[in-house]
Design a protein around this ligand. Sequence first.
Ligand code: SF4
Length: 319
Amino acid sequence: MEKRDTLIEVKNLKKFFQIGDNTLKAVNDISFDIKRGETLGVVGESGCGKSTAGRTMLRLYEPTEGDILFEGKSIRNLNPQEMKAMRRNIQMIFQDPYASLNPRMTVGDIIGEALDIHGLATGEKRKQRIQELLSLVSLNPEHMNRFPHEFSGGQRQRIGIARALAVEPKFIVCDEPISALDVSVQAQVVNLLESLQEKMGLTYMFIAHDLSMVKYISDRVAVMYLGKMVELAESDALYEKPLHPYTQALLSAIPIPDPELERKRERIVLQGDVPSPMNPPSGCHFRTRCPKAMPECAAAEPVWKEVEPGHFTACHLYN
Ligand code: SF4
């Protein structure tokens, strides 16, 4: 990958929720960066903290600890006014295109609301901009007075994308944007996101629950387990030579199109369920399900380490 400058830097980010007497450590000390124009895929089972990480990075949740730098500037301590201005740069596309659009608003008003909040256009200009945005996501601009229920799932996700693009952001967290869609429309939405990235120089964090979904769109991929990042690498390196036993297990579950290779595929079936993030195992959080667990895995938490250039993991096998 060519050298690009850093757009987002996440430093020791933590997001804990207090539930009664218990602390849910949804995101527990993760650090990484995202380059300008890059797509970082973030993958993990439900409850691993990937969506919470995305929301905390945009301060939709307030971080418990750590920092997020955007173009070198901390956004953690911005006051509400400064944060409002910052929101033009950082946007989110949500998983559920049914729940994330207000059913009582027309599509024009849903997109126009983003323009209004930031005072970007009024009157005829506003209408033109809404129509332009609808065209940009390949929807009919004449349909701006229709309501969300008049559109299909894939079209509603396009409306969500148009709403995010209205403020001309630089960075978009795409939180499982295709998981709720039919397989037949998933590729269309991914293609749209890719062409918009090219056209507008966007940077994405693309959250998904399985590695096959992020393979083609991501420059680099991060894998999360129980609030921790366990591996991060350029896509090719991660898919060809996964280091962490959890990543190896996730990859082994993906069918291979080549029938010859598919016959040889050895599936690593993980035992048990993901433990509760309220009470994660000592040492390595993955040790209760890891086929390679060793005594030291219970005693100490593995450190996050660059094992090969640009290829990070946290596992005692590499310490
Ligand atoms: Fe498995 Fe131990 Fe590595 Fe954790 S640290 S992934 S338990 S080998």
